[in-house]
Design a protein around this ligand. Structure first.
Ligand SMILES: Nc1ncnc2c1ncn2[C@@H]1O[C@H](COP(=O)(O)OP(=O)(O)OP(=O)(O)O)[C@@H](O)[C@H]1O
Ligand SMILES: [Mg+2]
Length: 268
């Protein structure tokens, strides 16, 4: 196994709870996690268990109360171009066309068009949007907008992409297309992926490793190494008997934690 790129060691993170006099919400407690360079890891867990908080800590949007978050051997102290982020909503600028959306970061950083122009074309091609550079976001479907967000995130050649339910708002068919697209771009770039999803099938089909988090305060409570060889074909994987077994095992833990999370909600 290659060296860890993302290393989270015994991290705790709490937030101020709403309302005066209320205690703080402990979102994460004793979370440790190591992700190797080039690995594709999916993170599952009940709503509110701290999945987005983990991504935000690695992205440098939030700081841990205690413990350590390291990226590529260095302490994370804030956001950086080596860590790209993709959210559930593509968050495009509606008044900019596709190319200007994709190249927004490099243009702001003063990178020459001679450099980012060819890169933008390459990533447009990789996400299957060649010829759409001059289109406005409103002219695109939801799946196409999310492709733009992917191209934008990948353009600065990040070492890792942190993806927070990126396909959660897409219909089932578009989601399948996007899963294949993501896998093929990942295979051609080798970027390390930390991918949050609520969809057990998606996690097993995509990941090298699936992690499940417990109800709040979140910890990583179980993990599975996914045995399917690459390149994978989704239709072959779902027909493999190991898929059904894995799905049953993962679902069991996910549902157990979801029930614990629901009990926590109703006891508030
Ligand atoms: N900025 C914040 N201020 C206050 N509380 C927060 C903040 N961010 C997260 N929390 C709380 O921390 C806990 C974990 O939140 P987080 O968003 O990480 O969960 P999640 O696993 O991503 O949930 P979901 O699946 O619904 O997206 C929740 O109880 C949430 O209310
Ligand atoms: Mg979340």
């Amino acid at each position: 196994m290659s060296r860890p790129l993302i290393e989270i060691t015994s991290v705790a993170k709490s937030f101020a709870a709403g309302g005066a006099g209320r205690e703080r919400t402990l979102a994460l407690d004793h979370v440790s996690l190591s992700i190797a360079e080039g690995e594709f890891v999916c993170l599952l867990g009940p709503s509110g268990c701290g999945k987005s908080t983990i991504l935000n800590l690695v992205a440098g949007f939030e700081a841990a109360d205690s413990g350590n978050v390291r990226f590529d051997g260095a302490q994370v102290r804030g956001p950086g171009p080596e860590r790209g982020v993709v959210f559930q909503q593509p968050m495009l600028f509606p008044w900019l066309n596709v190319i200007d959306n994709i190249t927004f970061g490099p243009r702001l950083a003063g990178v020459s068009p001679d450099v980012y122009g060819p890169q933008a074309e390459r990533y447009l091609r990789l996400v299957g949007l060649q010829g759409f550079g001059q289109h406005a976001p409103y002219q695109l479907s939801g799946g196409m907008r999310q492709r733009v967000a992917l191209a934008r995130a990948w353009l600065p050649k990040p070492k890792a992409l942190l993806m927070d339910e990126p396909f959660g708002a897409l219909d089932a068919q578009t989601r399948l297309v996007m899963q294949e697209l993501l896998t093929s771009v990942w295979e051609s770039t080798g970027t390390t992926l930390l991918f949050v999803t609520h969809d057990v099938d998606e996690a097993i089909a995509l990941a090298d490793r699936v992690l499940v988090m417990s109800a709040r305060p979140g910890r990583i409570c179980e993990e599975w190494t996914i045995p399917f060889e690459r390149p994978r074909k989704l239709e072959d994987i779902v027909a493999d008997p190991r898929f059904g077994e894995l799905k049953r095992d993962v679902l069991k833990v996910v549902r157990h934690e979801a029930r614990a999370a629901a009990a926590l909600e109703t006891s508030l």
